[in-house]
Design a protein around this ligand. Sequence first.
Ligand SMILES: [Zn+2]
Length: 287
Amino acid sequence: VSQALRIGKIRGITLRLHWSWLAAAALLALADSPLLLYLVALMPIVLLHELGHGLVAQRFGLHVLDITFWPLGGFARMSRMPEDGRVAGLVAVAGPAVNLGLALLALPLAFLPDPAGRIAWVFALVNLLLGATNLLPSFPLDGGHVLRALLARRSGWVRATERVVGIGRWIALAMVVGGLLYLNILLALFGFFFWMAGAQELLAVRLRHGLPPFGGMPFGGGRGAAAREDEMRAGEPYSEAPPASGGRRPEESDGAEARPPGAGFSEGDIERLERFPGPLRRLREDP
Ligand SMILES: [Zn+2]
């Protein structure tokens, strides 16, 4: 069941408005707030950012399901990203690159007489801000994905994920502490959200690689599960399950359920996984 209103389609990608966007727009309209104008004016910018991701993904043969607007921006849903630094990196960098490109294009127009000059200036500034913030090296932001893609070229996907999650935790911590110090609840909430997004990403990647899903994860991420990867390879060999006959996609045979307990998981791991509102649960809810 989709919680978003369908509003159009571009290159086979459905565009949707999330209910929270509609709620925010309704509230702002009721309050007669000028923020409503910003919410609407942001849409084309957000759309171009997400299309940057989406079109590059399509070029690599990935399926892009939809782009959804919500009050804080947008997100594109697509087939699972391959653990390929080039593909994942280019798809991730394409969004912020669109914004930085738009800012560069608009900047010369800022010298036109007002109001055109003023509009161009605000447009350039918003794009610059959007591009730069999204490049912060933390999940779930594009910058986290870009950095992992770069690191993965040397150290492999799991270790690169651990490193980025480690960096992201410092950023998240700084946001929470800063938010509490300056009574900026939104900033603190975002910090918490970043922390959880990193934890979720780490869990998903470790599960996919049949590694112990929890623990061993200081801020630096140096001695995490990846450090144990080699030991596990030496001990109990983990082999990627081949796509079963009958057209089952690899995703369906992925995750802990497809693997007998004990393949890298302790009883405690499995207990915690069942409580974690993450990828494992989502797999179970999939029809
Ligand atoms: Zn993006």
